[in-house]
Design a protein around this ligand. Structure first.
Ligand code: ADP
Length: 483
């Protein structure tokens, strides 16, 4: 029997993206469709979303949603069903989804995402006639109050069951206690079983306490966040929810990420024509002002943040260059890390190149021409760049944590002998850990037969959405009691 699911998120490709969350939310509807799940995606109406949506039709109207007039609209020509909260006062602003053009978070993010979650909960309890959802699937803190509203203050109809997916437990939506009275939740929600966390309001905790099931984006991360090292203060509740917490690894959208038909590449290729990657390598060299040579070209495509271990990259750059390698970095984030990278370019002209900014097309080209990608994350719920790298024959060099540990098979002696290695894993995330991983990668690169075999194996690994789509569909059915 067909199942109707409302997927609630603050970003989704192709409409709006700041990170991996958008890739996942954008790919989910197609991933679950073969399993008879009809997914509707619900997004905030940022200018970019309203513009990309084209023709819309109003399905619900609010005179007063947290003090603002708003409406829920349906996108008329969407491939998969899509609803948007059109509330210009809260979302019709220049800047990013979460921050002003200056880069600082909007002061009223608590209100913006409470209003969004309220509207999601209304949808999931039948506020629109003829539109019934069995499941509400909330993603990350921006949507996490939706399960809390469903539990503590549902709308007029039968409330959907809720799934809460944690894409990154480091971001929790913590606000001072004084906002609680503005949220429209009953007093019973101001408790340790509700949104209260150390006398503050925690959106993510509220979602985790209220959802019928919790998922995160890899089995290793699901295990890690039970500990204080990775749980960021929420390990107690992860632990308490026990088997309700499941790890489902992200897939990649192979319609968007496939080297044989990727328009962003200078040369498309398959596992049989890997030699053509050299054309993309030349294009990267010229884009980044790097010397042209056949030595290993490392790439990084990343938010420039402590989580991603970019500070450790800065420490090992001299070692990397000293080993005859070059490095091309695409990313944006912490000003200090950006400055450190610029400084490395000055120190190593022709060997290190940096492009600060967000550039989807360039990220594809880099995967299509880089020899190896560095992903030295201190924690990584799933990680997508290593999955794209595998599909593109760009060998992933990853920290042994979370989804990175689950998706890359280290080229140790046993794995090489068994012919199963797909990359290099290392620990700890430190100068020694990363420098040693780079040395090992260079040794592998200098053995072309072994290197080719690693590349080809990665390209063959199946990280499409097929398996994960099925796992989500199974979970929805179990919760809906509709096997
Ligand atoms: P996170 O969501 O923690 O940032 P992921 O690896 O899960 O990390 O996803 C990051 C996504 O954002 C990938 O699709 C990656 O290609 C993309 N990305 C990150 N930085 C940039 C950038 N500067 N330009 C283009 N794409 C980027």
């Amino acid at each position: 029997m067909s199942l109707s699911v409302l997927s609630v998120a603050s970003e989704a490709v192709p409409l709006i993206k700041t990170g991996g969350l958008a890739d996942v939310v954008g790919a989910l509807p197609a991933a679950v469709a073969p399993h008879d799940v009809q997914m509707t995606t619900f997004l905030p109406g940022y200018p970019a979303v309203m513009m990309a949506a084209g023709k819309v039709r109003q399905v619900h109207c609010y005179d007063d949603l947290f003090g603002h007039s708003a409406r829920i609209v349906k996108v008329v020509d969407a491939k998969f069903s899509m609803l948007i909260l059109d509330c210009p006062d809260l979302f019709g602003r220049d800047g990013g989804p979460y921050s002003a053009p200056s880069g600082t978070d909007w002061d009223d993010n608590w209100r913006r995402f409470a209003a969004f979650a309220r509207a999601a909960a209304d949808l999931a309890s039948g506020v629109v006639k003829g539109q019934h959802f069995e499941i509400l699937h909330a993603h990350d803190w921006q949507s996490a109050l939706a399960p809390a509203y469903l539990r503590f203050a549902p709308g007029p109809g039968l409330a959907a069951k809720a799934v809460m997916t944690i894409h990154n437990i480091a971001f929790q939506g913590h606000y001072p206690a004084k906002i609680f009275k503005e949220l429209g939740l009953p007093k019973s929600a101001w408790s340790v079983e509700g949104v209260m966390h150390h006398d503050e309001v925690s959106y993510l905790k509220g979602g985790m306490e209220s959802a019928h099931a919790i998922t995160t984006v890899s089995p290793s991360y699901a295990a890690e966040i039970r500990s204080s090292e990775f749980g960021m203060g929420l390990e107690g509740i992860v632990f308490a929810r026990g088997d309700d917490v499941k790890g489902i690894v992200n897939g990649i959208d192979t319609a968007v990420w496939h080297p044989s038909n990727d328009k962003n590449l200078s040369a498309t290729y398959t596992a049989r024509t890997l030699g053509r990657r050299a054309i993309n390598k030349r294009a990267i060299e010229s884009t980044f002002g790097l010397d042209q040579d056949d030595g290993p070209l490392f790439i990084i495509v990343s938010r420039l943040a402590w989580q991603k271990g970019i500070d450790v990259v800065l420490e090992v750059i001299d070692h990397l260059v000293g080993n005859g390698c070059r490095l091309a970095v695409l990313g944006s984030g912490d000003a200090e890390l950006e400055a450190g990278l610029h400084e490395a370019v000055t120190r190593h002209p022709g060997r290190v190149g940096v492009h600060i900014g967000y550039d989807e097309a360039l990220s594809h080209l880099m995967q299509g021409g880089g020899d190896a990608i560095l992903v030295p994350s201190r924690f990584e719920p799933c990680g997508l760049t290593q999955l794209y790298a595998l599909a593109y024959g760009c060998v992933p060099v990853v920290a042994r944590t979370g989804g990175l540990a689950d998706t890359v098979i280290d080229a140790n002696v046993a794995a090489l002998a068994d012919g199963v290695a797909t990359g290099v894993q290392f620990a700890p995330v430190s100068y020694n850990g990363l420098a040693h991983a780079i040395t090992r990668t260079v040794q592998l690169y200098r053995d072309p037969e072994t290197w080719r075999a690693i590349q080809k194996r990665g390209m063959k690994a199946d990280f499409s959405w097929a398996r994960s789509g099925e796992a989500y569909a199974e979970l929805y059915r179990k919760l809906a009691g509709n096997k």
